[in-house]
Design a binder for this molecule. Structure first.
Ligand code: ADP
Length: 267
């Protein structure tokens, strides 16, 4: 994969019928994988994350070659590209999820707020709190709605007592629009919610531990159009506080209307 950042802070892009900015970059001529390079403006002022010359290999096979880009603050970056071009691999580099794959080797430099996340002294557990992740398929724990949210804060000692934990749960569910509906049913299993609600629950679980960046790996691919629109609105709202790095598939019609600040596409 290589990348082309287009339409950073696309204030000049047209609005669609729903008043959202439409930023769509069609892939240009796809060139031989070995010859792809990062092109375009990859720098932003005061970036949250910086990636420089990132290569990823699975055994002898190179999946990502020489990717450099900045990830700004409070922006939504969407990454599109054909299946197999390395989107997921790159996303997983950003919170070291690739560490869990034995044959995967990452080189180059990736920094979060100036700190090299691949430094040997970095503990990946707090890193994955700072750079949280929402997966393609909603994956609530087989626990109550309350305990799905409380799980992370409990592990990381973010609440001193039950009142503080209640507050975290309430705030997280409010931010994802689930509070009003489920405030009286917090003991119900998270797995009993609809697909879209489950994905919102997973997003609530992610923000409950105060991340700085949220990685989203095709978070709407398993959802119907209405649930997708709700999640997209939520992403736009959440980016006021968080940086969102979003992976989408090239053929997903949602890409055309997704309200991004920046869009990365293969060349
Ligand atoms: P995308 O997300 O764009 O579909 P991926 O990042 O999943 O692409 O894959 C990029 C390349 O890396 C593909 O050729 C894929 O086969 C390979 N790959 C991905 N994950 C693994 C893995 N766990 N082991 C070996 N090869 C992998």
């Amino acid at each position: 994969m290589s990348t082309d950042r287009v339409a950073k802070n696309a204030e000049t892009e047209p609005l669609n019928d729903e008043g959202r900015r439409v930023v769509l970059q069609k892939p240009k001529n796809l060139v031989n994988r070995d010859k792809r390079r990062t092109v375009g403006e990859i720098h932003v002022d005061n970036p949250r994350m910086t990636c420089r010359n990132v290569d990823v290999h699975y055994g002898n096979k190179q999946a990502i070659r020489d990717v450099s880009l900045d990830i700004g603050r409070n922006e939504v970056i969407a990454m599109i590209g054909p299946s197999g071009c390395g989107k997921s691999t790159f996303l997983r580099c950003l919170n070291r999820m690739n560490d869990t794959i034995d044959i995967c080797r990452v080189s180059g430099e990736i920094k979060l707020d100036g700190q090299d996340i691949y430094d040997k002294h970095i503990d990946v557990v707090p890193l994955r709190v700072q750079v949280g992740m929402v997966f393609q398929k909603p994956n609530p724990f087989p626990k109550s709605i309350y305990d799905n949210i409380a799980y992370g804060p409990r592990i990381h000692g973010l609440a001193q007592n039950k009142a503080e934990m209640d507050e975290i749960v309430e705030k997280s569910l409010k931010r994802t629009g689930l509070w009003e509906e489920f405030r009286d049913r917090l003991d119900k299993p998270g797995t009993g919610l609809s697909g879209g609600q489950q994905q919102r629950l997973c997003i609530a679980r992610t923000i409950a531990v105060n991340p700085e960046v949220i990685l989203m790996d095709e978070p709407c691919s398993a959802l119907d159009p209405i649930a997708t629109a709700v999640i997209e609105d939520l992403i736009r709202e959440l980016c006021k506080q968080y940086t969102i790095y979003y992976r989408n598939s090239l053929n997903d019609p949602g890409v055309a209307r997704f309200p991004t600040d920046s869009l990365l596409s293969p060349r």
